[in-house]
Design a protein around this ligand. Sequence first.
Ligand code: NAP
Length: 246
Amino acid sequence: MDLSSKVALVTGSGRGIGRAIALKLAEVGATVVINDIGKDANSVAEEIRALNRQGLAILADVSSSSDVDRMVAEAVAAYGRIDILVNNAGITRDQLLLRMSEEDWDKVLTINLKSVFLCTKAVLRHMIKQRWGRIINISSIVGVVGNTGQANYAAAKAGIIGFTRTMAKEVGSRSITVNALAPGFIDTGMTQQLAEKQKEELQKRIAVGYLGTPRDVAEAVAFLASEEARYITGQVLGVDGGMLGV
Ligand code: NAP
């Protein structure tokens, strides 16, 4: 895999899965724009520059259209193009439905799903002009099979799958592929919040017997971003150690 002429934008890449994706894409040659709302993006950009690759941190809230437009404009001003978009930023606000507030429903749908619409729309104009692009959306196994206490998150992640399949149809003729990943149980800040008992129960359902790492997800992203994956679009790839249906 060689992404050395490519520019990638990875949302929510200051830590966790997004950070691993940014570092992996840089490792295989890409210039990477790192985004989050805190300050971690700056240190990931430094890590990337230490690999002798170009890296730029842009703080922006991906659920705000003005922030997204500014982020994409700054990235294009810096590097002249965006070839790869990884829609990774996401949050959870778990609660059984009867106790779920309207605010937590809206927040999860806005940050996990509306952001994918906003970022894709802002980047797509550039990809269409370039007649090449890769869009990789981070969904979840929860968007495929559901999960107690995560109605908001499951709805957002299932929405990403419908969006991915639709976009693949809309832009396939421009050499732009659009795919989703459905990670299972990956060891990050998001899953460290779970109770020990919950983690043990989940681990029993993983065929390979252990939690995934952010790097496991990043490897799949790098492949889907490559020229070698040009004939794969509209797909949902499970990265779950055999969790689905277990
Ligand atoms: P994480 O460790 O909680 O990291 C989430 C990242 O998203 C952080 O960098 C955070 O930035 C950023 N972010 C949150 N809200 C944002 C916003 N409004 N605008 C820009 N950035 C924002 O989560 P993770 O586990 O790496 O998850 C990454 C993605 O994978 C998410 O979409 C998640 O749903 C999905 N996923 C995770 C798992 C898992 O087991 N971990 C499984 C399936 C799918 P700050 O640090 O600035 O808050």
